[in-house]
Design a protein around this ligand. Sequence first.
Ligand code: RIB
Length: 279
Amino acid sequence: SLIRRSGRTIGVLVPNINNPFFSRFLRGIESEAMAHDYIPLIFGSNNNQKLESHYLFESIRRAADGMIIASAISDLSYIDNILTQNGIPYLLIDQAPVVKGDKVDVNNRLGGALLANYLIKKGHQRVVVVADENPTLNMEERLNGFLETYRKAGIPVNDDQIVKTTLTKDGGYQATNQALLQKPTAIFAINDEIAIGLYRGIHEAGLTIPDDISIVGYDDIDLAEYITPKLTTVHQPAFEMGTTAAQLIIKRIENQSEPIQRVSLPVKLVERQSVERKI
Ligand code: RIB
């Protein structure tokens, strides 16, 4: 018979399926899940709280064996309660704040610091950060790592130099004028999607990257190598984040008393052509 007792399904909740970072993450989950004869049920919560709980309930109703949640969670104790009551183990990653249990850690503070050090080394004294208007914990850490490094170098970045927008290409595009008003020599886009939106805005403003203004991003989505100039960014191991998350949740499904699992994955700076040295 084709029907089995356990559906061997893993519910997966991500904030935005449009973003290539999450497609790569999902491919990682898929490949690991398939290798263990599990199937992922994938949902994009669109940063919408109602959708988020709807999908959560659907996953429970459809008897998911476990959940991977990468989207921001509005009410963690509520989610903990329903999943625990239903005996469904879950793993929080990326935008979901991890307070207890299994964890796949990707050091955002370090990623932010790597970019700041790089820009400082290249002589950029006047920077703007284009950040998330509703920052999740991982984004806050990324931003703080960046700001702290600048502060320690004696170059404080004040509030006017932080422009808030959505984590999308359009968000970056819309933020361009406000960012340029600050007359930065470099902009840190908190993700690559924002950086791509800024590329368009900056081009339309008649400026050239990196001659007039330098840009760095975060994630290293595949597009980063296909835009001109190629984007300098921090590589997040999105695929490995997916395979590791799937590995941990499958172990947890198959052995609930497995000790807490913590895996830390590296980030690295990928230097391309979007930053010019200032003298
Ligand atoms: O680009 C999507 C961003 O949201 C990534 O940087 C990822 O870390 C998530 O927080």
